[in-house]
Design a protein around this ligand. Structure first.
Ligand code: HEC
Length: 102
């Protein structure tokens, strides 16, 4: 008798907790793209091979140029981002212009 009630209750609560879990997930779709602006093509070409634009977007606002220079150089030299030398400055320009002012 007791077991007869406990098993359906367990199944029901398990099902309910899964439903609640599924309902609370929201994907931040709007952050997977780089913000539109002059130079966005560089970011799309060289900065999406390993991670989404979230990594850039989640940096604190108002960071100085030196921060973005260090980031881009780290991606290139430490992680091996395939960014040509002559594209470093234009890409840093884009990042500063697009992400440091917001
Ligand atoms: C070859 C792979 C690769 C490419 C290409 C790449 N990244 Fe990354 N990036 C990483 C990895 C790995 C991390 C996580 C580093 C960590 O956890 O310390 C990261 C993290 C970041 C972060 C978070 C802050 C940090 O330093 O951890 C930013 C911002 C970032 N990348 C920007 C860029 C930009 C801008 C580009 C385009 C030049 C780029 N990434 C291209 C591998 C890459």
């Amino acid at each position: 008798m007791r077991l007869g009630l406990a098993v359906p209750t367990l199944i029901l609560s398990t099902l309910l907790s899964h439903v609640a879990f599924a309902l609370t997930i929201t994907l931040p779709e709007e952050t997977v793209e780089y913000r539109i602006g002059p130079g966005v093509d560089l970011a799309r070409s060289y900065c999406m091979g390993c991670h989404s634009a979230d990594y850039v977007l989640t940096q604190p606002p108002g960071m100085p140029r030196s921060f973005w220079e260090a980031e881009v150089n780290k991606m290139k030299k430490v992680f091996g981002a395939p960014l040509p030398d002559d594209q470093v400055t234009p890409l840093v320009d884009y990042l500063v212009r697009t992400y440091s002012v917001h």
